[in-house]
Design a protein around this ligand. Sequence first.
Ligand SMILES: C[S@@+](CC[C@H](N)C(=O)[O-])C[C@H]1O[C@@H](n2cnc3c(N)ncnc32)[C@H](O)[C@@H]1O
Length: 243
Amino acid sequence: MTLPSDAFRHVASRPHEPLRTFHPRRSPLSRDRQDALAQLWPTLGFSVHDEAAPYPSSDGLLDPVALFGRVAPLVVEIGSGMGETTAVMAAADTGRDYLAIEAHLPGIAHLLGLVDTLGLTNVRVAHGDALDLLRRAIAPDSLDAVHVYFPDPWPKARHHKRRIIQPAHVELLRSRLRIGGTLHCATDWLEYAEQMRDVLAADPGLSSSGLVPRPDHRPVTKFEQRGLDLGHPVHDVIARRTR
Ligand SMILES: C[S@@+](CC[C@H](N)C(=O)[O-])C[C@H]1O[C@@H](n2cnc3c(N)ncnc32)[C@H](O)[C@@H]1O
């Protein structure tokens, strides 16, 4: 089996596309993670960028019924990191399916290990740039929820253009939600929380909560815990698609 490759991370996005929203880091895979990939990737994973091993599709769009083997509301998590939050939420919410999209391969492998340990049947993983997948392959009006938890804050002003929560990206995410579906963001970076609040409030198709505390159904993420240990305040913003 060919393992998914991190090579795409080092290729700049094409000129007409927005900049990548993640850091191009390469990390070796531990033996456990190589084993998890070897065993579980063929049935539970796909590469966003590998045209030789495409996702199950219908008319060029991702076919969630073929991917999960059932009809159920679909949650997409962008930047699932090591996947602990995805696994806990999916285990507590077996009536919905979870597609975790992550650019960092060790995180994908770690989540596959959790899926196996917990015996989850409602999680699939996609390796690559979530924005590329949403643009090209996720049908409009199709998602029950999009989760963006602790996205890279890109703190320097000259890097703000790389932030995932900005008007053009939010318009894309909103267009993929069904009417009534939710976009749930969280960050421990106050100035980014304010940007999330303002961008979601300004989108004409969303009704937003403003800054709210973490709801009980969202477990503390790995990255969030690091922020909490440093004394960072955490804010969530939850918006519902209205039209
Ligand atoms: C700061 S980490 C947070 C991870 C996790 N959500 C948590 O809270 O522990 C942000 C993650 O988002 C991923 N990421 C950022 N932009 C992405 C994109 N466009 N597509 C897929 N993954 C992305 C990064 O690779 C990184 O692992």
